[in-house]
Design a binder for this molecule. Structure first.
Ligand SMILES: Cc1ncc(COP(=O)(O)O)c(C=O)c1O
Length: 416
C-alpha cells in the first residue's frame, strides 16, 4: 500500500466536500469574557465567543481558579498514576461523593472525560452481559455510539425521541435477554429534551436498564442544577447517569453515577477506568468548588434562561430560522457546510463574532448549523451586537429567512 497517498487522498477528498476542520486558536480572557484573543496568521485580534460550553463561565470564577492554584501548590500538577496505583487523592474521593449526592445515587465514578465514561461504561456492560440487546436513540452522542459499537452486540436504533418506535423495537426482542436503553436528557446539537418519563415507563415494562447522558443538563437544569432527571424527580428511576465536569462546571473529566454495585462493577471491570491515569487533583478540587457554586447559583441559571429567550426573540424578529426549543442551545441551520463556513468567516472578519460552524461528523451531512450558546457574562448589548451581525451576514449572503421558527426536521440518522 502507498501509505503517503492514502492519507493525502483522504484529506483531499475531505477538503473537496467542504468538511475539513480548521482550529481557531482562542484565548478566552478571564477579565473580559466573552471577549477573547484570537491568534490568526501571526496576528492577534479581539473576538467575542458565542459557542462556548463553559456554560456558567465557572472555569474563570475566582474561587474556582484559587482552589486549583492552591492544590497545585500543595500537591503538584499530575495525579501520579491510575486510580488503583497511587492516583487516588482525597480530592478524587470527595468529588465522587459529591457527584453521587448531586444525583441522589449511592456512588459515582470519575473518568478522564465524559467521552471515556460513556464509551468505557457502555462497552463494559455490553461486552459482559451475555445476549444483551441495546436500544439507542438515533441522535446519541459519538461516545455512546462508540461504546456500543465497539462491543459488537445486537443494537436497535430508535428514531429520535420516538417512544412508539422504541417500543416497536423492544417488542421484536427476545423477552429473556438483558436490555439496555441508551439516551440523552438534552440532545447536544438540537437542545431538545427526551421524553424521560415515557422512556422510563417503557424500560420498566420490558425490564430494561436505562443509561442516560446528562452532559448538557447538569449544572443548568433542575434544583441546584442537578440535571433534568432531578427536575422531574426521576433520579431513582434511571439506572446509570452520565455527566461531565467540562461544560457547566468548567473543568475537565466525566463520571457515571448509579447504585453502589453498578459503580463497583464498572470500577472493577472497565478498561477505560482502570488503565488510565486519574485526573489531576487540582481539577478534582476545582470541580468540587465549581459544583458547590453552581448548586447555590440559581441566578446564573435564571440569567441563561433570560438571555436564551432574548436571543430567540431577536431571531424571530429578524426571521432568521432556528430550531425552537426551551434550552440554552440555539441551533441555526444553514444546511450546507460551505455556506456555514462562509457565514462563520464573515461573522468573524467583519464583526469579530466567533461561532464555530458545525458539520459532519458532529451532525449528519446536510444538517450543518451554528450552535449558539450563551453564558451569564454575555450582556444584553453583546446579544444585540450578535443579532445585528447575524442580520448583516444574512443580508450580505442572501440567506434564507422564515416567518416562523423552523419546524423540527426529521433528523438524518447518525453513522453507526
Ligand atoms: C452528549 C455528550 N456526551 C458526552 C460528551 C463528552 O464530554 P466530555 O467533553 O466530558 O468528554 C459530549 C461532548 O460534547 C456530549 O455532547
Amino acid at each position: 500500500m502507498n501509505y503517503k497517498k492514502f492519507f493525502s487522498d483522504e484529506l483531499v477528498s475531505l477538503k473537496s466536500q467542504g468538511l475539513y476542520r480548521k482550529f481557531r486558536a482562542i484565548n478566552r480572557n478571564k477579565s473580559s469574557f466573552p471577549k477573547a484573543t484570537e491568534r490568526f496568521e501571526g496576528k492577534e485580534r479581539e473576538v467575542e465567543v458565542w459557542c462556548s460550553n463553559d456554560y456558567l463561565n465557572l472555569s474563570q470564577h475566582p474561587e474556582v481558579t484559587k482552589t486549583s492554584i492552591e492544590v497545585i501548590n500543595e500537591l503538584g500538577t499530575g495525579s501520579g498514576g491510575t486510580r488503583n496505583i497511587s492516583g487516588t487523592s482525597t480530592y478524587h474521593v470527595d468529588l465522587e461523593r459529591l457527584l453521587a449526592d448531586l444525583h441522589r445515587k449511592e456512588s459515582a465514578l470519575l473518568f478522564p472525560s465524559a467521552y471515556t465514561a460513556n464509551q468505557s461504561t457502555l462497552w463494559t456492560l455490553c461486552k459482559n452481559m451475555e445476549g444483551i440487546e441495546v436500544f439507542s436513540d438515533e441522535l446519541n452522542h459519538a461516545s455512546l455510539i462508540q461504546g456500543i459499537k465497539n462491543a459488537d452486540v445486537e443494537t436497535h436504533i430508535f428514531r429520535h425521541n420516538d417512544t412508539e418506535h422504541l417500543e416497536e423495537l423492544l417488542n421484536t426482542a427476545n423477552a429473556n435477554t438483558p436490555k439496555l436503553i441508551v439516551f440523552e436528557s438534552l440532545y447536544s446539537m438540537e437542545g431538545l429534551r427526551s421524553p424521560l418519563q415515557k422512556i422510563i415507563d417503557i424500560a420498566k415494562k420490558y425490564n430494561a436498564l436505562t443509561y442516560l447522558d446528562e452532559v448538557h443538563s447538569v449544572g443548568l437544569y433542575g434544583p441546584e442544577g442537578r440535571g433534568i432527571t432531578a427536575e422531574k424527580g426521576l433520579e431513582d428511576e434511571i439506572d446509570i447517569i452520565n455527566g461531565t465536569l467540562s461544560k457547566s462546571y468548567g473543568q475537565m473529566g466525566g463520571y457515571v453515577a448509579a447504585n453502589a454495585d453498578i459503580i463497583d462493577y464498572i470500577r472493577s471491570f472497565a478498561p477505560g477506568f482502570i488503565f488510565t491515569s486519574s485526573m489531576n487533583p487540582s481539577i478534582a478540587a476545582a470541580s468540587i468548588t465549581s459544583i458547590k457554586i453552581a448548586m447555590s447559583s440559581e441566578d446564573l441559571r435564571e440569567n441563561i434562561r433570560t438571555n436564551s429567550d432574548r436571543i430567540r426573540a431577536g431571531l424571530r424578529e429578524l426571521q432568521i430560522p432556528f430550531l425552537e426549543n426551551d434550552s440554552h442551545i440555539i441551533p441555526i441551520h444553514l444546511y450546507d457546510p460551505r455556506l456555514c463556513k462562509e457565514a462563520a468567516n464573515l461573522l468573524l472578519e467583519k464583526h469579530g463574532i466567533y461561532i464555530q460552524p458545525i458539520f459532519y461528523p458532529t451532525v449528519p451531512k446536510g444538517d450543518e448549523r451554528f450552535r449558539v450558546t450563551i453564558t451569564p457574562r454575555h450582556e444584553a448589548s453583546d446579544i444585540d451586537h450578535f443579532l445585528d451581525a447575524l442580520d448583516d451576514v444574512w443580508k450580505q449572503m442572501d440567506l434564507r429567512r422564515s416567518d416562523s421558527a423552523e419546524e423540527e426536521k426529521s433528523p438524518v440518522s447518525r453513522i453507526y
